[in-house]
Ligand binder design. Structure first.
Ligand SMILES: Cc1cc2nc3c(=O)[nH]c(=O)nc-3n(C[C@H](O)[C@H](O)[C@H](O)COP(=O)(O)O)c2cc1C
Length: 327
């Protein structure tokens, strides 16, 4: 996830059990692009002990081929193409989710990349731009290009992050694709993970926001699948996680207020699981000093009660992308 799940975050999450496989933030690709050195470092100095897939975003075929070939010189498990990003500056340039409006162009890009890539080649897609009716056509194109893995975020680009997730479309992808499919969207707990696997029959799950709120989630899913009771963090475990994030984000050049601002990227997600009224989330978004930040965190998290396994249904604005409906 852009600006969130970078190398230091991977390292932190791996310490909590971690994922089986990691996707990098996307490398922006255009005729003048070079591989972003910070993202590249998460591949060359991957601290997780697990494979890393390098994700590209762009639509200029020669540049995509050039970047993929450069990335292949590094220890990548696969090259992934992003066909899902809903950020307007991205999709308006016909990159990420914007490409879902032009199936013929996707066909050309996938054909060229498949020919140029010697390692595994994977795609992350949404189910359409505005209308999911295009998904069948997209699947026909994806199936034609011998992908090694397809990840499906079960929303259209227009649905961004907050709608219900259309797991039935992911199930359809599992049915027709010759390669393994990962299901993505609102996997917020071990119980939900099992529900999504049952509903879709997907080979695995990609998890984003749920893991930022709850870094124990990967391990809880493994425990649940083995029939064991999942580890239940208490308030102080989450408080320790917040301190670890704070330390992780420290940079010598940061002023205190910038450091606190950086933390809000993570607290936006964590705040959904702290208490149900939304007061913590409201107040943490307004602090500017380290003292106020930790005073608030201690007020709500310095306790030994178990934390909820699912986020609370806190009313959010349409523009908030922290969590969708849990269904
Ligand atoms: C802040 C943010 C940054 C994201 N960056 C990326 C990205 O770089 N590449 C990508 O494939 N998806 C990205 N996503 C989308 C997530 O990977 C995921 O598809 C989406 O959040 C739904 O899954 P979730 O409910 O588990 O979070 C991003 C999402 C958010 C909220």
């Amino acid at each position: 996830m852009q600006d969130v799940t970078d190398l230091p975050f991977w390292k932190l999450v791996a310490g909590y059990g971690g994922a089986d496989l990691y996707f990098t933030e996307y490398f922006r690709v255009h005729p003048d692009s070079i591989l972003d050195p910070d993202i590249l470092k998460s591949i060359t100095a991957n601290p997780t002990g697990r494979p890393a897939i390098a994700q590209l975003i762009g639509n200029h075929i020669p540049s995509l081929i050039r970047s993929a070939r450069e990335l292949q010189q590094h220890p990548v498990a696969a090259i992934d193409l992003n066909l899902g990003c809903p950020v307007p500056v991205v999709y308006r340039k016909n990159a990420g989710g914007g490409l879902l409006r032009d199936v013929a162009q996707i066909d050309s890009i996938l054909g060229a990349l498949r020919d140029a890539i010697d390692t595994k080649f994977t795609v992350k897609t949404r189910i359409g731009f505005e209308d999911p009716d295009v998904f069948e056509e997209l699947l026909t194109v994806y199936a034609r290009h011998s992908l090694d893995l397809l990840t499906v975020h079960g929303r259209t680009v227009a649905e961004r992050y907050r709608s219900t997730v259309h797991y039935d479309y992911i199930a359809r992808a599992v049915e027709v694709m010759p390669c393994p499919v990962l299901a993505n969207g609102n996997v917020v707990s071990a119980v939900k993970a099992q529900y999504v696997l049952d509903q879709t029959r997907a080979r695995g799950l990609m998890i984003g926001r749920g893991m930022i709120r709850n870094p124990w989630l990967f391990e809880q899913i493994r425990q649940h699948r083995r029939g064991e009771a999942p580890f239940l963090p208490c308030g102080r475990d989450v408080l320790a996680y917040v301190y670890a994030l704070y330390e992780m984000r420290a940079k010598p050049e940061f002023r205190e207020s910038s450091h606190v601002q950086q933390m809000k990227k993570y607290l936006n997600y964590i705040g959904l699981g702290v208490e149900p009224s939304g007061r913590f989330l409201h107040e943490i978004r307004r602090v500017n000093t380290q003292t106020d930040f930790f005073r608030l965190c201690h007020e709500f998290l310095d306790h030994s009660e178990p934390m909820p396994l699912e986020p609370f249904d806190i009313p959010l604005k349409e523009t908030d992308f922290m969590c969708g409906t849990h269904s």
